[in-house]
Structures are given as C-alpha cells and as structure tokens.
Design a protein around this ligand. Structure first.
Ligand code: AMP
Length: 231
C-alpha cells in the first residue's frame, strides 16, 4: 500500500462476505469438475481462502508459497518474486489449485503459476477471490470481478491496513491532533470510507486500532480523545 497516492478508494470487507466468495470459488471449481490434489495458498493474502476452499472441496493437502514484491528493504521490484522455495514433493505430479485474495496487476498469481508449473505439477489452475480490471492475468476461477479499482481491506489484515490508512490521512491532513471524528472525516475524504459502512463491516474497531497505533508508537494520545502522529 505504501506506493499508493494520498487519495484512493477503499472497501472494507468482513469475514462473512469473504467466506461467501470462498464458497463461490469452490462452487465454480466443483462445477468445472476440476479435482485438485493440493491447494497452494499464496502468503499472506491467500491463506484464509486456501483453508476454506480445502473445507468446501474436501481436501487435506494445503501448502503455501510466499510472494514478494520487494527485493531490498524498501526497494520495490516490478516483478513479484518467490520468498521461500517450496518443499520437495509439494506439487510434483499433483493437480494444483493456486489461490490468492486478489489479482491487481496479476503479477503474483501469474508468477506463482509459472513457478508451480516448472516443478512438474500435473494440471495447474489459478483462482482469486476478487479480480480487478487492472489485472493482466485472468485466473481460471474468480469469486467476483470489481468494476472499479479500490484497495480492499480484508478482515485478516484489518489492523495492518487501518494503521497505514489512518497514519496516511493524518500525514496528508497535517493537523496538530485528531479526534476520532476527524479521523473518520479524513478516511471518508481521502479513501471514500463511509462511517456507517465501516461500522457494519467491522463494528467498534476504531478504538482498538488507535490503541494499537499507540502501542506501536505510530501515534500518541496528547489529550483525552486526541491523537497526534509521531515521526
Ligand atoms: P498483484 O498486483 O496482483 O501481484 O497483487 C499482489 C498482492 O498485493 C495481492 O495478492 C494482495 O495481497 C495485494 N493487493 C494488491 N492490490 C490490492 C488491492 N487493490 N486491495 C487489496 N490488496 C491488494
């Protein structure tokens, strides 16, 4: 998220919604009569989906592949790379379903497919819960296609994303301190995050996120109900 502009739309999701996308992907795989032997869930975004799809399809072979966009500390490479090689025997001779949360550029899932295919797997197919129109790669199975580009805040990284979003809006708005209402206002202004939609998707989480931001020394409470961004 760090390379995004100050202003971009976000969609906050919840477990139920994402679980239903896992079910939709599983239904498509079943309907297609594809019977994978193993699921490869891309770390970290594909883990929840990988586990749920195993359950829906009745599979117990689940393995992981960690994709990374970074080559050095803060250096971004255009090409996604594999962080940890797969253990021998993970996919060789097996029919594989690779799953990730979202295809944005599509680079991660495409690279993962190439990697698995090079390891003498059987049939290799790909799936993502969501697909953006920006993707240059079309997975075989897609939970839903999004009409407009948005940053999707998934329930498994709600705190991680909210810490980034809140510290980002505090920096952009550049005020001395922020009350919760100010934070909600700027989340709406810069990221189109509606207060009611956020409370429906992730009820009562703002205080939790701010407390965590204090613990991580990202913000400091300067007066009751007022937070300041630390350097
Ligand atoms: P990609 O550009 O398709 O290689 O995306 C790489 C990974 O970055 C995805 O698996 C997500 O975990 C994350 N990601 C990229 N774009 C988004 C987005 N719009 N919303 C949420 N996560 C994203």
């Amino acid at each position: 998220m760090s390379d995004l502009p100050d202003d971009f739309n976000c969609t906050i999701t919840n477990w139920e919604y994402i679980y239903s996308l896992c079910r939709d992907v599983s239904d498509d795989v079943r309907q297609d009569e594809f019977e994978p032997d193993v699921i490869v869930a891309l770390a970290r975004g594909g883990w929840f989906a990988g586990r749920c799809i195993c359950d829906f399809l009745g599979l117990d072979d689940l393995t992981s592949l960690k994709m990374e966009h970074y080559v050095g500390t803060a250096e971004k490479s255009g090409e996604p790379t594999i962080r940890y090689p797969m253990p021998e025997g993970s996919v060789e001779g097996k029919d594989v379903l690779i799953i990730d949360d979202i295809a944005d550029t599509g680079g991660s899932i495409k690279r993962a497919q190439e990697y698995v295919e090079q390891r003498n797997a059987g049939t290799v197919r790909t799936a993502t819960l969501q697909l953006l129109q920006t993707s240059e790669f079309e997975p075989d199975y897609v939970g839903e296609q999004l009409e407009e580009w948005a940053w999707v805040v998934y329930p498994w990284n709600f705190i991680e994303d909210m810490v980034d979003l809140i510290s980002g809006v505090m920096e952009t708005a550049d005020e001395e301190s922020f009350a919760k209402a100010d934070i909600r206002h700027y989340l709406n202004e810069y990221h189109d995050v509606d207060r009611i939609e956020m409370e429906i998707a992730q009820p009562n989480r703002l205080t939790e996120v701010l407390t965590e931001m204090e613990r991580r020394d990202v913000v400091e409470m300067t007066a009751p109900g007022e937070w300041t961004l630390l350097e």
